[in-house]
Design a protein around this ligand. Structure first.
Ligand SMILES: Cc1cc2nc3c(=O)[nH]c(=O)nc-3n(C[C@H](O)[C@H](O)[C@H](O)COP(=O)(O)O)c2cc1C
Length: 215
């Protein structure tokens, strides 16, 4: 897959130092799992997902393990002019919190959602339940975020799961329309990478594995 700018970012080997890397190889499910690489929201451009692609992404998103079938999550979409309009909200809140910050920071805060054509909020709507712990409901929301990333990547889009300060501010949460029991699990930026992807060191799974034995 090659983006509109002709930059290989998916299913292609690329040289990084002496190591050949392949990112987002969609030739098989396992290949995608083993090569998934986020794009950076800072370097994302048009196009974003089409309406059809967004529907596919959401269909994959809700197909997650969900103990008790509670569907303890929902979505908020920012596209087009809504991104700058929400930028006004974030800027005003930032000004309130940090009255000393100058125009440059304010411009950055205003432009947070303008970095990508589409911003998808995944809301954890976990509620006290007699049978299903909150933790399990929140884990299910994280799984939703992961499915969004895999589905978007499989469609050849760039995506990144971010939080940033906006996820932790009560005023911003209210402006997003979140109920008091809801939390944003993530803001997923969706678009097209404007440059080549760079990997980061990955942990060696063997070092993370212990084999339990009876003592
Ligand atoms: C819950 C959560 C929140 C994150 N928030 C941010 C963030 O605000 N900014 C950021 O640059 N990366 C954030 N990341 C990391 C990126 O999603 C991503 O993992 C990173 O860009 C590295 O790319 P990779 O997914 O290919 O390893 C977050 C990850 C998680 C799981």
């Amino acid at each position: 897959m090659v983006n509109a700018g002709g930059i290989a970012f998916s299913g292609r080997a690329r040289q990084s130092g002496n190591i050949m890397q392949t990112f987002n190889d969609t030739s098989s499910v396992l290949a995608l799992l083993g090569t998934r690489k986020s794009a950076s929201a800072k370097a994302m451009t048009e196009p974003g997902p089409t309406a059809g692609q967004l529907a596919e992404i959401l269909a994959a998103a809700v197909r997650v393990p969900d103990h008790g079938k509670l569907a303890p999550w929902r979505f908020i979409l920012w596209e087009g002019a809504a991104r700058a309009a929400f930028g006004d909200v974030m800027k005003a809140r930032w000004q309130q919190l940090h009255p000393d910050h100058g125009e440059q920071t304010l411009g950055f805060v205003h432009g947070l959602f303008l970095r990508a054509p589409t911003v998808l909020g995944v809301v954890s709507a976990a509620k006290e339940n007699p049978k299903i712990p909150l933790w399990e409901q929140q884990l299910s929301a994280a799984a939703v975020c992961m499915n969004v990333l895999y589905a978007a990547t499989a469609l050849g889009l760039g995506c990144q799961w971010n939080t940033d300060w906006v996820v932790y501010d009560a005023e911003i949460a209210a402006a997003m329309g979140l109920a008091t029991h809801e939390k944003l699990a993530g803001l997923i930026y969706l678009g097209t990478p404007s440059g080549p992807l760079e990997d980061r060191p990955r942990p060696d799974p063997a070092t993370l594995l212990t084999r339990w034995q009876a003592s």
